[in-house]
Structures are given as C-alpha cells and as structure tokens.
Design a protein. Structure first.
Length: 460
C-alpha cells in the first residue's frame, strides 16, 4: 500500500496584490502606501507613451526637414549672409537677449552652409530614428541656431518647434518606429539565440567627436548667455559616457538599473510637460479670442479669408467666405474647441472628438491660409494625446502597406515572411516588443519598451 506524502503546509505570508490576514489587499487602497507606490513604480519602470513620443519625434523632425528643404533656394536671404537682418544686427540682438546660435560664431558663408546642412541631416536622421539621442541634440542645436539667427522670419509654429526640439532631447522617443528600435529587435533575437549583441562603434565615435566641440564652445563662450543650455549639453554628454561605461562593464548591475530609472523619470516628466504645453497653447489662444470683438460677433474668420497674403487658393476662400453662416460656425467652433480641450482630458471619448476637430482645424489652416508648417507643428504637438490603440493600428496598416509595396517591386520575393520571423522588409514601422538597443549614446539602451509593472523600479 502506498503511503501518501503529507501535504506541504500552505504559507500564510500574503502574496503581492493578494488578501492579507486583516482583510485588506497588499498594495491596495487599504494599504496607505499602495497608491503612491504603484504610481512611482509605473513612472520608474518604463518610459510611458512610446507611440505618442515617437509620433511627436517624427512629426517635428518632418516639419523642420520640409521647411529647410522648401527654403533651401532662399536660405541665404532668410538666415545667411544675404539676409536683410545682417550678421552684425543679429550679433547685437543675441548679445542682448543671450540667445544661442552657432551661426553667430562667425559670418563665414562656408560655416553657414555647414550648419544649415547639419541641421537638415539631423532632422532627417531624427525622423528615421537613427542614433536618436545624438541626432536629437544636433537637431536642437540646429533649430536654435537657425531660428535665433533671424527671429523675425518665422511664425507661431516656430515657437512650438523651438520648445519641442528642447523637450525631445530628454525623451526616449525611439522605442518604436525607428531604426534604433529595429536594431533593438535584432539584438533581442541574438540574445535569444545565445549570441552576444552587435558591437556599436558609430555611437561612441559620434560622442567622442562632439566632446572637443563642446569643450571649445564652452571655453570660448559660444553657448549663449543662459545657464541652462551649457548645463543640459554637459549633462547629456556626461550621461552618454556613463551609459557606455555601465553597459560595457556592468550591463546587468545596479548602476544600469539606476540609469534606466533616471532615464524613465526624465522621459515621463518631459512627456507631462509636453502635454501641459499643448493645453496651455490652446487655453491661452482660446481665452484671448474670447476677448476679441470679432470673435464675439462671429466674423473673425472672414478677414483672413479676404487677405491676399493668406489666400493660396482664392476661389476656395471666396466660396467659404461667401457663406456668413459657415464663417460664424467655424469662428465659434474654433473658440469652443480651444477653450474646452484642456477640460476634456479626463473624458477619453470627448477628448478624442475634440482632438479630431483640432487636427481638422489645422489642416484647414494649412489649406486655406497657406500656413503648412505651422499646421504640421501643431498637429505633431496634438499627436501626444492620440490613443495608443489607434497608433498601433495605424502602424500595422502602414507596415502592411509598405510590405505589399516592397514585395511587388521587380526582383523582390513575393512570399511574405512568417509572423515572428525577421525578413528584409522589417523596418522602423515595426515596433519591437522588448529588447535593448545601442543608440547614439554608444551603448545606451534607448528603445526599451517595458510593461508598466515589469522591470527594475525604485520601489520593488
């Protein structure tokens, strides 16, 4: 006869999230520290909004890239040696307002061409998500330099690009839809196969080359008169060295965990600032409109529709401006949407409806008033509030369309790859589920997409 083994005694220790002897659930509302602890764990364990931050990166990089390309034939008149706001006047202005611009280091035409070309190339690289951290810094430097050279040459969209170029430096905006994310997926596949990750040489070389430039600019006083820009650039450069050293010598140690937590905190705080910035833009614009008599009587839209400077399609503007009812509806609708939007963030459905209305409004501004880059900048800023489910769906549709297009080209195999297997068509639009990557930090794991409850945190 077989004698059964005695059953192991059940542990009375409470499991995480399970019932406690006193009837409360650990980490639940009954636990005094449960809510704050979960919130802290969420903001330290992962970089939130990976798809939203990627759309913001792509949107603003594309906006400035297309702007620089459009103004390429006129760059000398706008920002270069032939500008009416010539170099001496710009030098006096930057000395007074302590603004930063590498174009103020010398009035050489060769230097201007090099700075303009570098800004254009950094915008293209940021759009693709190649060495994102390095390119985001170069993009910020280029945007500040070009805009501060001739501050009277832009519009309201330039202010938004100016701010977002600074914010993007602090975000982990290459977790998805980037070449860095594709490199992350490949390294994850190599790790699953027991192979070491590919060595990164480009990232460290870029940062080593930028180091002497930063030293020279600091010693020569070429970083403007503010304190925050030198502090930001030096912090980023030193953190790049720290990331490289930690990933090389302690890739799974506590210093790596600490750096990851700090990067997540910086990303999440910056994402909150971007959201607050967008709400502030719309709130101030809406409340200022309410105070205007033309907005109050519903005729404000009539006037720009009848200005030659703002009518790229005169026939279309005449058709719209001829209807007094349509002008009144659009005038009041603009005010209502802008004033109400910040108050609808706590209701997802209403927020999404107003978000679509604002995107359509900016598309109409681009079409009717001839302000495409202002509209692109505002739509890119609005994208921070887009639902994740919609962005995932959109990314899947773009990826499927691109693969059908590539497979239809002559000489390409027409048999699609199996799900989960790498193929030649895998690109920036395909987000990795997880995995480290080496980006412009020279080993910094920028595209690190984790779940809200996983990974290393400060609280557990």
């Amino acid at each position: 006869m077989t004698v059964p083994w005695p059953a192991a005694p059940r542990s009375t220790a409470p499991r995480p999230g399970g019932p406690r002897p006193d009837g409360r659930r650990s980490g639940g509302p009954g636990n005094r520290g449960g809510g704050p602890a979960r919130a802290l764990q969420r903001v330290t364990a992962s970089a939130l909004g990976p798809y939203q931050s990627a759309v913001v990166r792509i949107g603003f990089a594309a906006t400035y890239l297309f702007f620089l390309l459009r103004e390429l034939p006129h760059r000398h008149e706008l920002y270069g040696p032939d500008s009416p706001w010539h170099w001496d006047l710009a030098r006096q202005l930057t000395n007074g307002n302590e603004a930063f611009s590498v174009l103020m280091w010398t009035d050489s035409t060769v230097w201007f061409e090099a700075a303009y070309a570098l800004t254009l190339l950094s915008a293209a690289a940021l759009l693709l998500g190649w060495r994102t951290r390095t390119m985001s810094v170069l993009f910020m430097v280029g945007v500040l330099s070009v805009q501060n050279r001739s501050i009277f040459m832009g519009d309201g969209g330039d202010n938004v690009v100016h701010l977002m170029a600074i914010y993007l430096v602090l975000t982990r905006c290459a977790q998805v839809w980037s070449l860095d994310a594709r490199r992350a997926a490949r390294n994850a596949q190599r790790a699953a196969a027991g192979l070491p990750p590919l060595r990164d040489f480009v990232g460290p070389v870029l940062w080593v080359l930028l180091g002497p430039v930063l030293v020279a600019a600091t010693l020569m006083g070429g970083l403007g008169g503010t304190w925050w820009l030198p502090a930001l650039l030096w912090t980023i450069w030193i953190s790049a060295a720290a990331w490289w050293a930690v990933n090389r010598y302690q890739p799974h140690g506590e210093p790596r965990t600490l750096l990851d937590v700090l990067a997540n905190l910086a990303h999440n705080a910056t994402l909150a600032v971007i959201m607050a910035e967008v709400c502030l833009i719309y709130a101030t614009a809406g409340w200022y409109k309410i105070q205007g008599s033309r907005w109050q009587d519903g005729t404000a839209l009539h006037y720009p529709l009848n200005l030659d400077y703002f009518t790229p399609w005169p026939a279309l503007s005449d058709i719209l401006g001829a209807s007094g009812l349509m002008v009144m509806v659009l005038t009041y609708g603009t005010v209502i949407v802008q004033v109400a939007f910040p108050f609808t963030l706590f209701n997802r459905r209403v927020k999404n409806v107003l978000l679509v209305a604002m995107i359509c409004e900016h598309a109409g501004i681009a079409l009717l008033l001839g302000l495409p880059f202002f509209s692109m900048a505002m739509i890119a800023a609005d994208a921070v509030f887009l639902p994740t489910a919609f962005l995932v769906w959109l990314g899947a549709r773009v990826t499927a369309g691109r693969r059908r297009l590539v497979s239809g080209l002559p000489g390409r195999p027409r048999t699609p790859g199996k799900p989960g297997t790498p193929d030649a068509a895998h690109g920036p639009a395909d987000p990795p589920e997880a995995g480290p990557a080496e980006d412009g930090h020279g080993g910094t794991e920028e595209p690190r997409l984790q779940g809200g409850g996983g990974g290393h945190t400060l609280v557990g």
